[in-house]
Design a protein. Structure first.
Length: 188
């Protein structure tokens, strides 16, 4: 005999994920579970009924973030202009760093919740290689630039932590501009 999930339980589940995604995005995944429950307006027991472990909750919060990254990459692969595609992916990465640094850190760092998305990271990496190769074919990427160079630029963006948090978006956007200017072929 199967139990039908109650409507309020389904609503609570989605509400907890949305609350956790917002909180983890800006404050990191070390935020206490009790604080997530408080922000969701639910008891801690309700939170644990839906997500027995912190990793379960972080993975659920990451799922939407990963889906957005996947959509960004698919759109880039479909874009016929190689520079628009590659620079768009780099811009989206920077925007994710501005809006969701905690989720990016969990996904790209050593947190166990990111392990569930290993295949997504591999697919993203392979797609980035395609974008770099296409940019070279269209001669819009500076000669001699490798996919490793692009990845180093992305690592620089993700590692940027100015002393004042409110300066982070400006610092990331400045670094983004410098990176894109350095990658683009000078005569295009």
């Amino acid at each position: 005999m199967t139990r039908k999930t109650r409507t309020d339980a389904t609503g609570n589940h989605e509400h907890i994920i949305a609350t956790a995604r917002d909180a983890f995005a800006t404050e990191g995944v070390d935020l206490p579970m009790r604080e997530i429950a408080r922000r969701a307006g639910l008891g801690i027991a309700t939170l644990y009924r839906h997500f027995p472990t912190r990793t379960d909750l972080i993975s659920a919060a990451l799922a939407g973030h990963v889906a957005a990254c996947r959509a960004d990459m698919q759109a880039a692969l479909a874009e016929p202009d190689a520079w628009t595609a590659l620079s768009g992916v780099i811009r989206q990465f920077a925007e994710h760093q501005i809006r969701s640094p905690g989720l990016n850190e969990a996904l790209l760092g050593s947190h166990t919740a990111g392990d569930a998305f290993r295949d997504d990271r591999r697919a993203h990496s392979a797609a980035l290689e395609q974008l770099v190769a296409r940019a070279h074919q269209q001669r819009v990427l500076r000669q001699g630039t490798s996919v490793t160079d692009v990845r180093v630029g992305l690592m620089a963006i993700s590692s940027l932590h100015p002393t004042r948090v409110d300066r982070r978006p400006d610092a990331i956007r400045t670094l983004l501009g410098l990176l894109l200017a350095g990658l683009h072929t000078p005569d295009h």
